[in-house]
Design a protein around this ligand. Structure first.
Ligand code: ADP
Ligand code: MG
Length: 485
């Protein structure tokens, strides 16, 4: 069956659990380094190995990160809470339990605004956000006979962010995960790198007949490693479940995995029920109390949130939705943008330079904006030069900008002067020059007037030569057409 066909009959219901590894120097309950990519089993200690008799010690940074996210998402913050043990046996969990939060998560409720087609938005309600620790990593594909274990990740702090079952399509899921990743990055609490596993998604999905009020049995797809795969696995699963129901077969409540190459999900295991874990309060860690003052301090330390920036960029700076979203996607780009605006009021031009020349320079050289050599002030001066008709846009883009990269501290006006790029001609001078060129070339003039469009190039070439490359080709073209008629 095709997805479109299924959607005429069934309504999908999706809830998403995101695990975000927090950016901290050390792990959640001991001093081992929290770092990705080190030699396996070098960032460990008796505590992360779960040796008997060791005591965990809580990393306060983790609470601050959780509070930032909770405040950003308008959650209810739990003021008095404790940790719980979730018991299960697995080779990558040496303690035999995970320290997590069960009944008293640090955040409850809250919502995420996502963007849909045609500028519509939707609020995705959250159930909870809780603090927990990561397990170690089982490596199945290095040794043909054995599973290898790397415990560097054991005890790395995580936030688990759980939505209500309110997501209605794979596209909404895509937008939700993108929005959450953007927010985690803006708050600087998680790097959001899904390939490296610092942000992982589990997707819960069921379908029900259109108009039904009762949810169907759900399947959980574990550990999706890209936003695209979140979307693909949901679309696959909707069709798979519809085919089962159409053939009067039950949906088995399972944990499944998504094979990105085949584009299919397959069963991993029967889903555990909560009582299988025998949760109980963690006796080795004190309960936590969050004081009002602490919350206020966190609030005042928060950066501008992506949605606030969006409102400002579209309302105050008149940027289009498209431009605003591209610039806000990366916090550092948004910061650079606003620093250009400290020196110019041409908001649109600043956005164009950022999304055009500057972004391509960053891409070509594979560097981040923090390492971009030109100061924001000089980009503003460059914009002024164009706005004052002192250099043409094409000259600025093709010649002056590359020269500014080489001389990032020099005022662009000075660079333009030294290279004789300052256009001496005002619009009137330019018209005069073009009239002269037209009159000097009567044969070509008649041919162009008779519709031989390729002669435009001939005239523009002459104009550029006469102006030593300083004339604006676009404006020259307009004037040429005007003067011919
Ligand atoms: P568990 O602890 O087993 O993972 P939870 O009750 O915490 O289960 O729910 C996990 C996720 O599953 C939540 O995001 C929730 O919204 C979602 N969910 C619950 N029931 C359904 C359903 N019938 N269909 C789709 N998603 C569901
Ligand atoms: Mg779960």
């Amino acid at each position: 069956m095709e997805l479109e066909e299924v959607l005429l009959k069934y309504e999908p219901v999706v809830g998403i659990e995101i695990h975000a590894q927090l950016k901290t120097k050390s792990k959640a309950y001991c001093g081992d380094k929290n770092e990705f990519g080190s030699t396996p089993n070098t960032l460990i200690s008796p505590i992360s190995l779960g040796h008997p008799g060791t005591l965990p010690k809580f990393n306060k940074k983790v609470i601050n990160h959780a509070l930032k996210l909770g405040l950003a998402l308008d959650c209810d913050i739990t003021r008095y809470m404790h940790f719980d043990r979730k018991n299960y046996f697995y080779a990558d969990l040496p303690k035999g339990y995970q320290i997590t939060q069960d009944k008293k998560p640090i955040c409850k409720n809250g919502k995420v605004l996502i963007r849909l087609e045609n500028n519509n938005t939707k609020e995705i309600e959250l159930t909870r956000i809780h603090m927990e620790e990561d397990s170690g990593k089982s490596i199945h594909d290095l040794d043909p006979f054995n599973t290898l274990i790397d415990l560097n990740r054991a005890g790395v702090p995580l936030l688990e962010i759980v939505t209500e079952p309110v997501i209605k399509s794979s596209f909404e899921a895509y937008q939700y995960v993108s929005e959450m990743r953007k927010l985690l990055r803006h708050l600087d609490i998680c790097d959001g790198n899904m390939e490296e596993g610092s942000m992982r998604c589990d997707v819960n999905i069921s379908i029900m007949p259109l108009g039904s009020k009762e949810f169907g049995d759900r399947v959980e797809i574990k550990n999706l490693n890209s936003i695209r795969n979140v979307q693909r696995s949901i679309d696959y699963e909707i069709v798979r479940q519809a085919e089962l129901l159409d053939n009067n077969k039950p949906i088995l409540v399972q944990t499944r995995t998504f094979d990105a190459t085949k584009g299919k999900t397959s069963a991993m295991r029967k889903k555990e029920a909560a009582h299988d874990y025998r949760y109980f309060p963690e006796p080795d860690l004190n309960p936590i109390k969050i004081e009002e003052k602490h919350l206020l301090d966190i609030k005042s330390s928060m950066p501008a949130l992506p949605n606030e920036l969006y409102e400002k960029f579209t309302n105050n700076y008149n940027l289009s939705t498209y431009d605003a979203l591209i610039i806000i996607e990366q916090k550092e780009i948004a910061i650079y943008y606003e620093s250009i605006l400290n020196f110019t009021k041409n908001y649109k031009a600043a956005a164009n330079w950022l999304m055009g020349n500057i972004k391509s320079y960053l891409n070509q050289n594979a560097i981040e904006i923090e390492f971009f050599p030109i100061k924001a002030e000089n980009i503003a001066l460059l914009i002024d030069l164009i706005d004052n008709n002192m250099v043409s846009h094409s000259l600025a883009s093709q010649k002056l900008f590359p020269e500014m990269i080489k001389l990032p501290l020099v005022n662009p006006k000075k660079i333009a002067e030294e290279n004789n790029w300052i256009s001496e001609s005002s619009s009137d001078d330019l018209s005069e020059m073009i009239s002269k060129i037209i009159n000097e070339n009567p044969v070509e003039r008649e041919r162009l007037k008779n519709g031989e469009k390729k002669l435009t190039g001939f005239f523009i070439g002459k104009i550029m030569k006469a102006s030593k490359g300083t004339a604006d080709p676009k404006k020259s073209n307009q004037l040429l057409n005007k003067l011919l008629n």
